[in-house]
Structures are given as C-alpha cells and as structure tokens.
Design a protein around this ligand. Structure first.
Ligand code: DOR
Ligand code: ZN
Length: 351
C-alpha cells in the first residue's frame, strides 16, 4: 500500500476567501495547501471592476502569512450591465484571470448576477476573442424547477445554447454535482469545456444533510445530490480526463449564519480539502491520476505555468479540526470537522 504521495504544488481553481477579518482567518488554510487560487468575486458589494479586483488582490496579499507564497487569481463578477471594455482591460492588464457568471438569485450574493444570456452577449464575444474563461454557476433559477434538478435543467436550457452561440468560448462549469453534468463535460471533444469538482460532492450524497437531523454544515449550492450522481462524479474525477480539476468551493460562513432558520449555503473545506480529495482517489484506486486533477489539468486549461515545488501527504489517521476561531470570538465549522482523515498533509516547515 502506498504510504506517501508527493505531487507538484496544487492549485484551488474555485475558492471563496471573503474579506477583512474573515479573510485573515481563512487564507492561511488555503496557502498551506495551494500555490494559487481562482478567487471568487461574490463579495458585498461584488467585484465588478478592474480597480475593485486590484484592491481586493492587494488585501489578500496583505493578509498572507509572513514568508508565504500564494498567487490569488482574480475574477470579475458578471452583471447584466458589465462593460466589455472593462473585462478586456482587466484581462490585458493581468488583473482578471476569468469572469464569473452567477445567474441572478442562484446562490450566496448572486442578486447582482445575470438575468439572461442575451444581456451579456457583447461581453462573451469579447471573452471568446481574448481566450478568457467564463466560469459558470450552472443552476436554473426558475422557481418552478425542483432544487435537485436545477443543474440538469441549466445544461439543457442555458449551457447548451450558450456553447452553440459562442463556439470558441472557454467555459468552466463550476462545482458540478450531477451525472448529467459529468457526462456533458466528458462528452466535449473540443477542449474548451471543463469542470471543477468539490470534495463534498465526491464524498457525500444528500443523505449527509439529514443524518439524524438537519445538518446545515453539509448544505452548499449546488446542493448535494443522490448517490448515483456522487458515483458519476467520482468516475470522471479519477478517470484521468483533463477536463476535470480541483476546485474546492471552500465557502466560509460564521457558524451562527448556517445554524439558523434560513441558513447560508457554503462549506468551509480549506483546512481539509487536499486530504479529502486524496481519500477519494485512494478509494477509487486512482492515485496515479491525483496529481493531474490537483496540479495539472486546471492550470493547463487556464494557460498557467506549472507551479514550483511539491507537497507531500502521508497515510496517517488524524482528526480534522472541528472549527476555526474568528477574531470576533465566533467560529466557522470545518468540512469533516472532528472526522477521522486518512491522509495528512506534511507541513512544509516540518518536512
Ligand atoms: O454553497 C455555496 N456557497 N455556493 C455558492 O455558489 C456560493 C458559496 C458562498 O459564497 O458562500
Ligand atoms: Zn463558489
């Protein structure tokens, strides 16, 4: 049995870092695991301009632990009124790496999102021209659609027409959760369509939200699905296909805002993500494909150079930290907090 695995430093291709005190608290957990991250723009207010993204990037760099190296790759939050010239300028000035499309109302802080693809056609034309990736939260917002069907409906009603209308646009379907999405992305032969997959959607099905009672810390969007979908995600993630890569969607919320009458969506996986992903590849007998998923496929899709350096994980049983304290005395519950993990990320300083 393999006891240790060393891979090129990975990247987190979908991460929520928040801002201010929350940013200072959560950032070190990502920095410990990843060399770079695609940083989501759904702040309040959202990051919609080059100036805002530059300033946010600066705040992230200021919050880095001393001596650490980490590159935040910034994204622009797409609105109906987004000016294509702003996107182009941000990309050319190397401030924006990609643009994030939230259908209006689909998830946390998506109220300024897009109400129809026709509203953003000019921006998508320019992005297609530039080779700039569009990152999509792929869920239908039609209130008559069952919450568990929103991703599949989005594929048929929105994504397929979008891909046909913009045949060269690079698209990442973010945090896929269904067999339909897995098959849809796997069927693409052009190389311009890819998907990120979170650790929670590989490790848990929707029963996890209801085991013995309502479990808000397993609630995220898109919501966990039934077992058949989890198995499909595991198949494609561990298949060696270049179209699938690591994106944690680590999304911290204060405990009280999740354990509430109307709890927030989001799972804070940054402290345990790499260990959790590796468990999946180990269980699937696919350790040989782990490095591609974590460190190669994403950066290749984005046209980024490979990272320098490596990380090592060893086969050890450790308990995930249950929660992380915030500066204000509150806390964030951790993904798999208190559970036994079967791999341990070797701290570079003790390696
Ligand atoms: O669960 C989620 N949380 N899904 C998202 O799309 C957004 C995220 C957040 O920002 O909390
Ligand atoms: Zn997200």
């Amino acid at each position: 049995m393999v006891q240790s695995i060393t891979l090129r430093r990975p990247d987190d291709m979908h991460l929520h870092l928040r801002d201010d005190a929350m940013l200072r608290t959560v950032l070190p957990y990502s920095v410990r695991q990843f060399a770079r991250a695609i940083v989501m723009p759904n702040l309040k207010p959202p990051v919609t301009t080059v100036a805002a993204a530059r300033a946010y990037r600066e705040r992230i760099l200021q919050a880095l632990p001393a001596g650490s190296a980490f590159e935040p790759l910034m994204t622009c939050y797409l609105c109906d009124g987004t000016d294509a010239a702003e996107i182009e300028a941000g990309f050319k000035e190397r401030v924006f790496t990609a643009v994030k499309l939230y259908p209006a109302g689909a998830t946390t802080h998506s109220e300024y999102g897009v109400t129809g693809i026709d509203r953003i056609a000019r921006v998508l034309d320019v992005m297609q021209e530039l080779g700039m990736p569009l990152l999509i939260h792929g869920e239908s917002t039609d209130p008559s659609v069952d919450v568990f069907d929103r991703e599949a409906v989005f594929l048929d009603h929105t994504l397929k027409p979008l891909l046909d209308t913009f045949p060269a646009l690079k698209v990442v379907l973010e945090h896929i959760t269904t067999e339909q999405a897995a098959n849809f992305v796997a069927a693409d032969t052009s190389g311009r369509l890819a998907a990120t997959i979170t650790p929670q959607h590989l490790l848990f099905n929707r029963n996890a939200m209801f085991t013995g009672g309502l479990r808000p810390h397993y609630y995220c969007l898109p919501v966990l699905k039934r077992e058949q979908h989890r198995l499909a995600l595991r198949r494609v993630a561990t298949s060696g296909s270049r179209a699938f890569f690591l994106g944690t969607d680590s999304a911290p919320h204060e405990r009280g805002t999740k354990e509430a009458a109307c709890g927030c969506a989001g799972i804070f996986s940054a402290p345990t993500a790499l260990e959790a992903y590796l468990t999946v590849f180990d269980e699937e007998g696919a350790l040989e494909h782990f490095e591609a998923f974590a460190s190669e496929n994403g950066r290749r899709f984005y046209g980024l150079p490979p990272n320098e350096g490596t990380v090592t994980l060893t086969r050890e049983r450790i308990n995930a930290p249950r929660s992380i304290a915030l500066e204000n005395g509150k806390s964030i519950e951790t993904f798999m907090g208190g559970d036994e993990l079967r791999w341990r990320l070797v701290d570079p300083s003790n390696a």
